[in-house]
Design a protein around this ligand. Structure first.
Ligand code: 3PG
Length: 307
């Protein structure tokens, strides 16, 4: 059995070593493709492997069709919008993710970006503090929960909205639940995004929603760029000089944003929320273990595509 790690953005070396241990102890062989620059390299690498561990690497129909022996692909991370699920199902390939394994890393970055923004991107001028401010968590999943925990440490007042959870489930964790996204944005000066990129959420963070945020608003995006309506956030930030946007996912209109909103906008050069040795190790080893358990025992817990 050949297991491929295909990562355009490589894991920490210790995570690769940990994955190798799990794979080799199971009697399987590890193949490594890191920092590939052309799709052809990925197409060649998947051609004769039985399983794959990936990150945000694009597994579209072309890649899945080229992977003639592939039985399982595990996205070492939470969001699986980079994989064409229908094509995987059609090819009898099981797709899994590793929910929660990198959540703390992403949460720490979200709060780190918030500090960076309220301290005026460390430019030496007087900023503000997080303590006592209202933070809205948009989608209360694994990352959202970790953001709440860290934000409480900062002394923030934490609110959350999640259409898939009851108010009771949110409030039992000491977080105030609100009834709608509109309520969250109206209530909170700070909003941290943790929604997946789906047909329903794409472009959903728009002018109407953002314009509800109180004075000196800050939007923090460690989720996906696709959920932001890029043209409308430009218009909003033109209309509201008090609005700041910090993101870990470089928008399509980054050059325009950087030029127009210097001092109010920041993007990391490469998505790095989950880029820690701990998150890489947790997610990578979980992915390897899930592959072994699937191949040896048929365990499909964490499967995200239809059969
Ligand atoms: C995720 O969905 O798990 C995060 O966005 C991290 O993605 P990455 O592994 O591509 O950094």
């Amino acid at each position: 059995m050949k297991v491929l790690i295909a990562t355009d953005k490589p894991f920490a070396a210790e995570a690769v070593n940990g994955i190798r241990d799990v794979i080799e102890k199971a009697g399987f062989e590890l193949v490594l493709l890191e920092k590939y620059t052309e799709k052809k390299q990925l197409l060649d690498a998947v051609a004769n492997v039985d399983a794959a561990i990936i990150r945000s690497d694009i597994f579209d129909k072309e890649v899945l069709d080229a992977a003639k022996n592939l039985k399982i692909v595990v996205r070492a991370g939470a969001g699986f919008d980079n994989i064409e699920l229908d094509a995987a199902t059609a090819n009898n390939i099981c797709v899994m993710n590793t929910p929660g394994q990198n959540a703390n890393a992403v949460a720490e970055l979200a709060l780190g970006l918030a500090v960076y923004a309220v301290r005026n991107f460390y430019n030496g001028t007087s900023g503000t503090e997080l303590m006592g401010k209202k933070l809205g968590i948009h989608a209360y999943g694994n990352v959202g929960r970790n953001v709440a925990r860290v934000a409480k440490g900062f002394g923030m007042e934490v609110y959350a909205y999640d259409p898939f959870l009851t108010a009771e489930a949110i409030e039992k964790e000491g977080v105030k639940a609100v009834a709608s996204a509109e309520d969250l944005y109206t209530t909170c000066q700070f909003v941290s995004l943790h929604i997946p990129a789906t047909a329903e959420t794409k472009n959903s963070i728009n002018y109407t929603l953002l314009s509800k945020m109180p004075k000196n608003a800050l939007l923090i995006n460690t989720a996906r760029k696709e959920v932001i309506n890029e043209a409308e956030i430009v218009k909003l930030m033109e209309d509201r000089k008090d609005f700041k946007y910090v993101t870990d996912i470089m928008p399509g209109n980054h050059a325009e944003m950087a030029e127009k909103f210097a001092g109010r906008y920041f993007s990391t050069p490469k998505k790095m929320g989950a880029q820690t040795a701990e998150a890489n190790t947790n997610a990578g080893i979980a992915a390897a273990s899930q592959i072994v358990d699937f191949i040896k025992n048929g365990n499909e817990r964490f499967r995200v595509n239809k059969k």
